[in-house]
Design a protein around this ligand. Sequence first.
Ligand code: SIN
Length: 315
Amino acid sequence: MSLHTNIGFQLLDTCIYNASGPRCTSLKELIQLDKSHSSLVLSKSSTVLPREGNVKPRYYHNELGSINSMGLPNQGFQYYIDSANAISKPYLISVNGLTLEDTKLIITKILQSNKINGIEINLSCPNIIGKGQLAYDLVEMERYLSEIFIIINQYSFPFLVGLKLPPYFDLHWYPQITNIIKKFNVHYITCINSIGNGLLVDSETESTVIKPKGGMGGIGGQYIKPIGLSNVRNFYLEFQKQNLKIDVIGCGGIESGEDIFEYILCGASAVQIGTQFYREGIKCFPRLQQELKDIMSKKGYRCLDDFKGKLQIIN
Ligand code: SIN
């Protein structure tokens, strides 16, 4: 029984690793991930300078999921480049420079360091006060990617490039986004970031549960799994239709091996764990691996390709 998978050219021991977000900001957390059963280490989204992020309280979870308005607290990109010295697994740095110029600078420095396996470009943070989510503005997204790939294309060594996308809610988006992405050498997309600007209310205290942005924040966890699944499915089918070799990574509401099984059935090549990793810590990775193996074993599947993408429509 194998949980091996590939993201682009990168072979991974299992299809399960951390989402950029919880527990991947400090070196201590990155080393914990390196020692854990996560098959890859992905950093918190990095900016040029260290950031405190938004005011607290800025994170809350209940049994159904989470709301966050962290505002990209991170140690600055150089810290994440230097952290590579302590990491033995495939290691990706998430990048959100806040401006195009800063993003270009970060990516240039990461490439020049020649120490990092790749980047996940975060086009979908909903929590930067005064800024929208880049991947909802197709013209701007294309301009942004065009300039970034001028830099990336100057380097010939293997370097994984992924895009973290927000959820899309209407079917016309999928071919439109695909037509942009396919112009660049993108190896994978992650679907989905949190659903932006949701609101959780505490009826007892008659208040919001987080403080920034009037209590609005990105919603994660079980609340968003159906949207995560549909985004994975729609991009997977669109990539197949256009014969594109771009992997789709599922993210959103994964708490069990069954959730992972569903994402892979919809076409995911791997999955990232966010809210549940925050709740449970690194113990979630071996548990999820075992639960997925148990389901595969019951169904007689020996590897992910036995069921990847093979979701059927009910008769
Ligand atoms: C944050 O730091 O605000 C969360 C990051 C994200 O949702 O992209």
